[in-house]
Design a protein around this ligand. Structure first.
Ligand SMILES: [Zn+2]
Length: 409
């Protein structure tokens, strides 16, 4: 039967078109391999596809593939040999963008296809990867009618909530995929246009925390080359005057699998460090290849070393800073006064850069509140007994009414 259909189709095709078909097949020598994540079936269908985000895995291909598979953190991964792995159906949501904003649109997982390229933000990718990525992009551009300037590095759209180094929400959370802004590489990928400035910094929605990254992303060809030389030094990984833990580890600075090796031989994990300000020069930062693409966002705690200012910066009184008071009440910064915030005792927990989604009820599901993000690792549920679960830890049926939902917009 299949043979007959095939014959029928080809019989109707003029010879000339058949020639074109053959030629296209020769170019389209993409080698796909399926490695669909267990998360694939649980992810919602994407309603819109506006952008393609390009990532670098920051680790070797094989381990990265397993990690992406385990967490469903990309639609595709292009390995160093040019093989393209399919991890999440391109029509569904993959959790790859994390805290993200572009042109005022937030939560870019809902609007993007995510392609991970095995490699590092400050190293060249292979010829096989360039060829495969170009072909993959050509196909997706046609399927989704995506203009070249909407094919952008993850580092361009990722942003961070305030922290001890940056008092406002800021660009520079990640350097992931930054080489995909490089004009010469884009040319090889068949991309003819690109963003020339950061729309969200320009509009004052974010501040720029990294002038070198901004040059690498938006500068002229010459400025990009100069900035790239700065990023060669990324491999140094040593804290020095003017080079903080954040400069080196970025959003992974307080990750439990980021390690700090102090000059005196002591070693601490990122989640054990309390005294960030007096971290000695010469401390070596070791990032784990197991670290996830986007850290799970989490509750922070006011302590002797971290005041509200360290944790929420200038956004302490914003509606997106959420306080879990010790008496069990939950308050947004916008409902607090400066005096109240400054008087919060040690041990008070805080969420920074979050939307308070309110309570789940019989009539108001998690999907009603935060859409496809309901099972995102960054979405948090506070149960009535005080426990907090991530979106990955819950199933739709297991959520009790009266759980409170918090999500990254
Ligand atoms: Zn990325």
């Amino acid at each position: 039967m299949r043979m007959m259909i095939g014959k029928g189709v080809f019989r109707r095709l003029p010879l000339l078109m058949l020639g074109v078909l053959v030629a296209q097949t020769a170019v389209a020598a993409l080698q796909f391999k399926d490695r669909y994540s267990p998360w694939n079936a649980k992810r919602e269908a994407r309603r819109e596809t506006r952008y393609i985000l390009l990532h670098t895995t920051e680790g070797p291909g094989k381990g990265s593939l397993e990690k992406l598979y385990r967490y469903g953190e990309a639609h595709f991964m292009v390995d160093t040999d040019g093989v393209v792995y399919r991890l999440i159906d391109r029509r569904r949501v993959a959790m790859h963008a994390g805290r993200s904003m572009w042109e005022g649109i937030t939560g870019l997982d809902d609007y993007t296809i995510g392609i991970e390229v095995a490699g590092y933000h400050n190293r060249a990718i292979t010829k096989a990867q360039i060829a495969a990525l170009r072909e993959l992009l050509d196909q997706l551009k046609v399927t989704y009618r995506i203009p070249d300037q909407n094919i952008i590095p993850h580092s361009m759209v990722a942003y961070g909530a305030p922290n001890r180094w940056h008092r406002r929400s800021h660009r520079g959370r990640k350097r992931c995929g930054m080489q995909f802004a490089d004009r010469s590489l884009r040319e090889k990928l068949g991309l003819k246009s690109q963003p020339l400035f950061d729309p969200d910094v320009k509009a004052g929605r974010l501040v720029n925390a990294d002038p070198y990254l901004a040059l690498a992303l938006f500068g002229s060809a010459r400025e990009q080359t100069k900035a790239a030389a700065h990023f060669d030094g990324d491999s140094a990984m040593i804290i020095a005057p003017g080079r903080s833990a954040w400069d080196i580890a970025r959003d992974k600075y307080r990750n439990s699998n980021t390690r700090y090796l102090f000059p005196d031989g002591r070693e601490l994990r990122g989640d054990q460090v309390t005294n960030w300000k007096s971290m000695p020069a010469g401390t070596r930062v070791v990032l784990s290849a197991d670290a996830r693409e986007n850290d799970e966002e989490r509750l922070l705690e006011i302590g002797t070393e971290s005041g509200v200012g360290d944790l929420a910066g200038d956004e302490a009184l914003a509606s997106t800073t959420i306080y879990f008071l010790k008496d069990g009440r939950v308050r947004q910064g916008s409902e607090m006064t400066r005096e109240q915030v400054d008087a919060l005792p040690s041990g008070t927990r805080i969420l920074v850069g979050y939307v308070h989604g309110g309570y789940l009820t019989a009539k108001r599901s998690a999907f009603d509140i935060c859409g496809a993000k309901w099972n995102s690792p960054t979405t948090l549920y506070r149960l009535q007994d005080g426990r907090v679960l991530t979106g990955e830890q819950v199933t739709e049926g297991s959520l009790p009414p009266m759980a409170m939902v918090f999500f990254v917009r």
